[in-house]
Design a protein around this ligand. Structure first.
Ligand SMILES: *Cc1c(COP(=O)(O)O)cnc(C)c1O
Length: 411
């Protein structure tokens, strides 16, 4: 068999016991038994808590940590997050219902998103969450709806900055964008805001996602804080909160490495000191989704067939892209790369072979692993896809091909 470079950075969160991968203290096959079927997603709450502890250890103590629910909206997981983070960010009324059900104080919740409906604005105003306004029209709508409700709503302006977060998996700021208000238009928006009955909270500047470059992340944080200071001069009152986004990435592919939190924390600490000289009472918030939960989750499927086609081995599983679009490479990736994969019940098997792992859908897009060197696997074995705690099930087209929706479990 050919020798290949390691498929991925080492995965450390899931200990192996008697040759089998465990999560939350039990083996994958025990968990499969407990759930009664495969495929499923499992998320480890201890790993999530440890990740938050690490952030608290290295990030400046005054920095507030928010969870972006979009990354994983599973209600039990969001409930867990509500106990360990300082606030939550959401982007739909569905996510708002999940967040409010945790009992978190609505003033710690903010609502972003470029196309909020009348109904969503109505609910957000009634709930008392902070609305990150994405346009002039939205501000006028909020003012009108809140007057009808006799409530003064909490609002922030989402700013589309004039810079970008370099080398991000997904850019969401800089240049023309559907998100936020261009920074140069913010002074005139603030002028209009001052004429309306709105409780101005501050600014939201989110530039991008899945970034593994400390230097670029820090540069964007510094620019975001500087931008907030310069825009604050136009505001009717001093901002109370600045949300500078996040974008912290996790390693998925060969060559990716973990972010160095110490470098990030030290850098941000310097910028925050500078920032607080200008705006001493203004809270600084970062919002993270993927980084908080992505590495704590696995997706588990079972091999239901194994066959050879013209020399290539195919492991055909009972899962696929309809459950895990991002692992199939079809969620915003330009080229398909393999997520880290293991055969859960053969962790100590030394004989490897090159295999292709596919799902059960009738489309060639349904690939979970291309030409991977893995322990020799058989029908009935469990294929585990790591780094599956964020943008997994909720980011997948579950109706495609009409299969059952997989279970999710927090362990
Ligand atoms: C998607 C999104 C996030 C979360 O991004 P991650 O890369 O998962 O950390 C945070 N804030 C906003 C506004 C988003 O749209």
């Amino acid at each position: 068999m050919e020798k290949k470079k390691p498929e991925h950075a080492p995965i450390t969160g899931f200990p192996v016991r008697e040759g089998e991968l465990t999560i939350g203290g039990i083996t994958v096959s025990q968990l499969a038994g407990r759930l009664g079927s495969t495929p499923f997603y499992a998320y480890d709450k201890v790993l999530i808590s440890e990740r938050i502890d690490e952030l608290r250890k290295y990030m400046p103590s005054r920095l507030k940590l928010h969870y972006a629910i979009k990354a994983n909206p599973m209600p039990e997981l969001v409930q867990h997050m509500s106990q360990i983070v300082d606030g939550m960010d959401l982007a739909s009324s569905g996510e708002m219902a999940i967040a409010l059900a945790t009992g978190m104080d609505p003033s710690l919740i903010s609502f972003a998103g470029p196309g909020k409906t009348e109904q969503e604005l109505f609910l957000a105003i009634a709930a008392g969450v902070t609305i990150n306004m994405e346009s002039f029209n939205e501000m006028e709508n909020i003012a009108r709806i809140s007057k009808e409700q006799n409530i003064i709503p909490r609002v922030a302006i989402r700013v589309n900055p004039d810079f970008e977060l370099k080398s991000s998996g997904m850019k969401m700021g800089g240049g023309p964008q559907q998100f936020g208000v261009d920074s140069e238009a913010v002074p005139s928006m603030l002028k209009r805001l001052a004429e309306l009955d709105l409780d101005f909270i501050g600014f939201h500047i989110f530039s991008g996602s899945q970034n593994l470059n400390e230097k670029n992340l820090l540069e964007t944080q510094e620019k975001s804080l500087d931008l907030a200071i310069s825009l604050a001069k136009y505001a009717p009152i001093k901002p109370k909160k600045i949300n500078i986004g996040g974008g912290f990435g996790i390693p998925y592919f060969p060559g990716d490495t973990q972010l160095d939190l110490k470098i990030l924390g030290d850098g941000l600490s310097n910028y925050m000191n500078k920032f607080h000289k200008e705006l001493p009472d203004c809270e600084v918030v970062i919002e993270l989704g993927r980084y908080m939960v992505g590495e704590a989750g696995i997706y588990v499927t079972k091999i239901i067939d194994k066959k050879t086609s013209r020399g290539e081995i195919y492991l055909i599983t009972d899962g696929g892209m309809h459950h895990h679009l991002s692992a199939s490479g079809n969620f915003g990736q330009l080229i398909r790369k393999n997520y880290p994969v293991a055969i859960a019940n053969r962790m100590s098997v030394l004989t490897t072979e090159q295999v292709n792992i596919v799902g059960c859908l009738c489309t060639p897009l349904d690939r979970l692993g291309d030409k991977m060197m893995l322990p020799k696997a058989e029908v009935g074995d469990y294929v585990v896809i790591f780094q599956s705690g964020a943008y997994g099930l909720s980011a997948s087209p579950t109706a495609f091909l009409g299969h059952a929706i997989p279970k999710e479990v927090l362990v």
